[in-house]
Design a protein around this ligand. Structure first.
Ligand SMILES: O=P(O)(O)OC[C@H]1O[C@H](OP(=O)(O)OP(=O)(O)O)[C@H](O)[C@@H]1O
Ligand SMILES: Nc1nc2[nH]cnc2c(=O)[nH]1
Ligand SMILES: [Mg+2]
Length: 159
């Protein structure tokens, strides 16, 4: 399967996080937000600001490093202790792809509401809400993954 890239700018990310916040507003007030580090931290900060929510907890799950070494079990390296069983809490991540990370966090916080900015088809069943769906073969490039680069003018391009 050929991978395509979808670049998300800071402006776009901010707009999408605000759009998610406005859909979450009627479901609150929430006791607190649990950000899934690291990708969920900035979306969670934007949403916490919009929802006037001061209690922000985090959870950290390492899913991919383990897989590369042939071990499939995701590792929780920071538990969301302030969120109890998740009742009244909102979990925020940047995206769901396979859904593995979301599933691990939902198992830790079964009563929480899960929301993210972007969802790939395999991850959709693991999120309660998202803003945009992207293809399974699309790799989302977040603003923190990229930097502006010089691109030579067409006229200067060789061959
Ligand atoms: O649905 P999944 O297949 O589990 O993929 C989605 C997760 O992958 C990315 O995090 P990553 O583990 O790369 O860590 P990071 O947030 O620290 O970049 C992304 O931020 C999601 O948390
Ligand atoms: N940056 C980024 N991280 C991911 N982790 C799992 N899927 C993705 C993706 O599409 N983009
Ligand atoms: Mg992540």
């Amino acid at each position: 399967m050929a991978v395509t890239y979808a670049t998300v700018t800071w402006d776009q990310l901010h707009r999408d996080a605000r759009a998610l916040a406005s859909e979450l507003m009627p479901l609150g007030p929430f006791k607190g937000i649990v950000a899934i580090t690291r990708g969920g931290l900035i979306p969670a900060a934007i949403i916490a600001r919009e929802l006037d929510c001061r209690l922000v907890e985090s959870v950290s799950v390492i899913a991919y490093e383990e897989e590369e070494r042939g071990e499939t079990a995701p590792k929780v390296v920071k538990a969301p202790v302030a969120a109890g069983d998740g009742e009244g809490f909102l979990i925020i991540d940047d995206l769901v792809d396979s859904g593995v990370t979301a599933k691990v966090v939902r198992d830790l916080l079964p009563k929480a509401y899960f929301a993210c900015l972007y969802a790939k088809p395999a991850g959709r069943p693991h999120t309660d809400k998202f803003v945009l769906e992207v293809g399974q073969d699309t790799w989302v490039l977040f603003p923190w993954d990229t930097a502006p680069l010089f691109v030579p003018p067409l006229a200067r391009k060789k061959d």
